[in-house]
Design a protein around this ligand. Structure first.
Ligand code: IPM
Ligand code: SF4
Length: 424
C-alpha cells in the first residue's frame, strides 16, 4: 500500500484498502473557517444536532475576512464565536492569529499519520507532515463535527520524484508550479500526489508545506510527503498528540510515476488564468505590475519572509507598485519582527498587515482594479481571484515577487541582488 492507503486503512479500521473503495473513516481533527463554519453550523441546527463529537478535535479559525471587513463578515465571525462558546471548542483562533493552514501545523494540531478534514480546499497542505488531509464541503464538515467520521473514496496515488538539487532561487513553490505545469489543473483529479526524492528531502518543512498546499490546484484529493528526520524535529517541538509514521511500501501500486531532475528547473511564474500556465521568470520579464503580494497559506511562513527580506534589504519598492506583506500567522509575524524582517519591509516601502488571507482571494486589503496586474506568492490566479474580473494575478515564489516589487515588472531575483550577498 501507499502511505495514503495505509493511513486511510488504519482510520477505517481495516487491514487494507483499495483505490476506488468507499470507506467511512475516523478523523483526528476537523477544521472550518469564518467562511465555511457558519454554513456547517446552519446544517447542524437544521438537523437539531446540539452536540459535537469531541470539542478537543475541532479547530475553528477566523482567517479570511478578519478583522471583520463589513457587517456580513462580522456576523459570520459572531456565529462562529457563539458556536465555540456553546460547545466549548478547544481550538479556536480568532482575528490576527493567522491563516488556518499555517496555524494548524505550527500549533502541533496536525501530526504525522493523522486523518484531518477541513472545510477549505487547501487543507491538503498538512500532507507535508505525512498526514492524510483533505478539503471537504460544509455539509461534510458538519457531519464530521457531529460524528467524528468522514465518508471517503480511497484515491489512487501518483508519485512525483525530484532528483538532484535545486538551483539557487528555486524553492518549493517552483517545484509545485513545475508539477502543475506538466500535468495540468486536472492532472491529479481525485488522486493522491506523493512527493519524494533528494530535492524534496532537502526542503525545510515550510517549503514542503508550499508543495502540498497546491496539490488541490492539480485537482488532487491530497498531497503527501513521507515523514523524515526534519518532520520529526518539526513535530517534536509542537505536537499536541502522539504521532505515527507511515511509509509507502516499495512495491506499492501507483497510477503513474514522474521522475524529474530538480536541477533543471528555473524559477517559474504561473500567468493568468490558471496555475498550470507556467513560464520561466526569464521569459516573463516584459510584464509590468501594479501590486506585489507576499503572504497566504502558500508562502506566508517565516522562511518565505526571510527569502523576501533578503531581496528587499536596502532596496526600494518601485514607485508605481504597492507591495503588501502579510505574515501568515501571529507567530510568524512576531518572529519576523524579532529578526528585523518587518523593518526591512517597511523601510523598502512595503505595507505590512495583520495576519489574514486578505488579498489572496480578493477579500480585502489589496483588491485589484480593472486592468491591474499583481504578482503574488499565493496559489490561485483564476479570473477575478484578486479583484476585478479583468485584473490579472501571476503566481511565483517570494524571491521573484520581492524582486518584481523593486523593478516594477516581473523580475528574476538576481536582477536585484547578487547571490553572494545573500548566501555568505
Ligand atoms: C473560503 C474557502 C472556502 C476557500 C477554499 O476552500 O479554498 C478559500 O480559502 C480559497 O482559497 O479560495
Ligand atoms: S490564504 Fe488564500 S488560499 Fe489560503 S486559505 Fe486563505 S484564501 Fe484560501
Amino acid at each position: 500500500m501507499t502511505i495514503t492507503e495505509k493511513i486511510l486503512a488504519d482510520h477505517a479500521g481495516k487491514k487494507e484498502v483499495y483505490p476506488g473503495e468507499l470507506i467511512t473513516a475516523r478523523i483526528d481533527l476537523a477544521m472550518a473557517n469564518d467562511v465555511t463554519a457558519p454554513l456547517a453550523i446552519k446544517v447542524l441546527e437544521k438537523y437539531g444536532i446540539d452536540k459535537v463529537f469531541d470539542p478537543e478535535r475541532i479547530a475553528l479559525v477566523l482567517s479570511h475576512f478578519v478583522p471583520a471587513k463589513d457587517i456580513k463578515s462580522a456576523e459570520q465571525a459572531k456565529m462562529v464565536r457563539d458556536f465555540v462558546k456553546k460547545h466549548n471548542i478547544k481550538w479556536f483562533f480568532q482575528e490576527g492569529e493567522g491563516i488556518e493552514h499555517t496555524i494548524l501545523p505550527e500549533e502541533g494540531l496536525v501530526v504525522p499519520g493523522d486523518l484531518v478534514v477541513g472545510a477549505d480546499s487547501h487543507t491538503c497542505t498538512y500532507g507535508a507532515l505525512g498526514a492524510f488531509a483533505t478539503g471537504v464541503g460544509s455539509t461534510d464538515i458538519a457531519y464530521a463535527f457531529a460524528t467524528g467520521e468522514i465518508w471517503l473514496k480511497v484515491p489512487e496515488s501518483m508519485k512525483f520524484i525530484f532528483y538532484g538539487r535545486t538551483k539557487p532561487w528555486v524553492f518549493g513553490k517552483d517545484l509545485i508550479l513545475y508539477t502543475i505545469g506538466q500535468i495540468g489543473v486536472d492532472g491529479a483529479l481525485y488522486r493522491a500526489m506523493e512527493f519524494e526524492g533528494e530535492a524534496i528531502r532537502e526542503l525545510s518543512i515550510d517549503q514542503r508545506l508550499t508543495i502540498t498546499n497546491m496539490a488541490v490546484e492539480a485537482g488532487a484529493k491530497n498531497g503527501i510527503i513521507a515523514p523524515d528526520e526534519k518532520t520529526i524535529e518539526y513535530v517534536s517541538q509542537r505536537a499536541k498528540r502522539p504521532w505515527k509514521i507511515y511509509q509507502s511500501d516499495p512495491d506499492a501500486h501507483y497510477h503513474s510515476v514522474y521522475e524529474w531532475d530538480a536541477g533543471s528547473i528555473e524559477p517559474l511564474v504561473a500567468w493568468p488564468y490558471l496555475p498550470s500556465n507556467v513560464h520561466p521568470v526569464t521569459e516573463s520579464t516584459h510584464i509590468t505590475i501594479d501590486q506585489a503580494f507576499i503572504g497566504s497559506c502558500t508562502n506566508g511562513r517565516l522562511e518565505d519572509l526571510r527569502i523576501a527580506a533578503k531581496v528587499l534589504k536596502g532596496k526600494k519598492v518601485h514607485p508605481y507598485v504597492r507591495c503588501i506583506v502579510i505574515p501568515a500567522s501571529k507567530k510568524v509575524y512576531m518572529q519576523a519582527l524579532k529578526e528585523g524582517l518587518i523593518d526591512i519591509f517597511l523601510e523598502a516601502g512595503c505595507v505590512v498587515s495583520v495576519s489574514t488571507c486578505g488579498p489572496c482571494l480578493g477579500g480585502h486589503m489589496g483588491i485589484l482594479a480593472e486592468g491591474e496586474r499583481c504578482i503574488s506568492t499565493s496559489n490561485r490566479n483564476f479570473p477575478g481571484r484578486m479583484g476585478h474580473p479583468k485584473s490579472e494575478a501571476y503566481l511565483a515564489n517570494p524571491a521573484v515577487v520581492a524582486a518584481s516589487a523593486v523593478l516594477g515588472r516581473i523580475a528574476h531575483p538576481e536582477e536585484v541582488v547578487k547571490l553572494e550577498e545573500v548566501y555568505t
